[in-house]
Design a protein around this ligand. Sequence first.
Ligand SMILES: Nc1ncnc2c1ncn2[C@@H]1O[C@H](COP(=O)(O)OP(=O)(O)OP(=O)(O)O)[C@@H](O)[C@H]1O
Ligand SMILES: [Mg+2]
Length: 442
Amino acid sequence: MSRSIALRHVSKKYDRGSYAVQDVSLMVEPGEFLVLLGPSGCGKSTVLRMIAGLEHISEGELFLDGVHSNETPPHQRDTAMVFQNFALYPSMTTRENIGFPLKLRDPAADHGPQVEATARMLAIEDLLERLPGQLSGGERQRVAMGRAVSRRPSVFLFDEPLSNLDAKLPEHLRAEISSLTKELGVTTVYVTHDQSEAMSLGDRVAVLREGVLQQISSPEELYTLPANVFVAAFVGTPRINLLEAVVHAPLDARMALNLGRQSLALPVPLSADHQLLRVQQGRPVIVGLRSEAVRIAPPSEARPGEAALTGLVEHVEYQGHEVLVHLNTGSRPAVVPDPETARPRFPASRRRVPRPPGPGRVRVFPARRKSRPPIVSGGPSATAAQERRTTVGSDLVVRTGPQGRVRSGAQVPLLVDLAQLYVFDHRGRRICPAPDDVPGLD
Ligand SMILES: Nc1ncnc2c1ncn2[C@@H]1O[C@H](COP(=O)(O)OP(=O)(O)OP(=O)(O)O)[C@@H](O)[C@H]1O
Ligand SMILES: [Mg+2]
């Protein structure tokens, strides 16, 4: 039996008054696999712990199968949680560890068959008589999972269960978790900061940033229609190219996105999405181009809907099946103001007074790294660093096949597929392709 989970306007405020989670609403259907994705400290574990009943909900409501459950004690929620730092009882064998929750529930019964069935499912039946000290990290994690699933809960809650394991193992375990939850048809909420894990496991992925839900969609939609520049930057490898641009929309000439030294001419007739950019005339925007949206080819080979640029090859990164070419096109990597949706540092009542925009609020979205804090610009040294970034090094990464022969130092022609162009406004929200709720122009 699996159940639905609904969060309605759920917030968590710790003692000092800042929100760890703010106004999160989401629904997990029975049997669905939902991944909570976001950088360190964004509130993923807090959401999970509120569902499990290990953390009190400050504001909002939790419904399990439609039943208001804010005050339901953890042991009555029928959830099983697997943590990052999974702990097995060191003096118990695998058999005893897996059987422990069953024994707690019904001390007199023989749980042998159920323990063995669980061990078979996880391919650890040969390890039943071993102690945790005699198991590898991956095997121990499987035993921890076995302990969670043995009593057939109706909800699984996984908190980064693979992040402590060495690099090779997780992919294998990932597949196992996925098939295990599918087989059991159990509603699953899985927390990770690893976007590739999220994309490969989730039926849907919910992206959190500073306690605020940014988007909840299928992995495909997250990649192709990111709601904002943060989601675009967080999802996908290599990271999406984000460039500062200004919309140039003269009445008597072609519309273009000015990238600094070069510009992207938009094709005529303008698509409905590109027409919507007209209102941004003269305004700074952020252009997003995934590495597959640009190819190295001369203008003579341009297909309809492609725009030409040139770039200086800074670095060529061989990956075996593909090559990543790092180019300098003379553009500025995007520096975007922190979207207003970011978590306020104060409770709602003190949030009324808007802070004026200033250099301290301008933030470069960092590469996806768990431990690295965002680069906040402001002050002379940051400006100098920013300046360096724009004049030295690459601003565009292009993916080519292994046959593509390019050399560092060469100037190469580029063709940009404008159908794969993203434009975000100055607050980081996607304006192109237009969101569903914005009517297109005819
Ligand atoms: N008991 C607590 N008291 C005060 N603040 C807390 C407490 N627990 C968590 N926080 C804060 O709440 C925010 C969210 O924490 P949470 O553990 O949910 O993040 P996370 O997304 O799981 O991060 P990680 O990926 O590092 O595990 C953080 O800023 C954290 O410092
Ligand atoms: Mg956590």
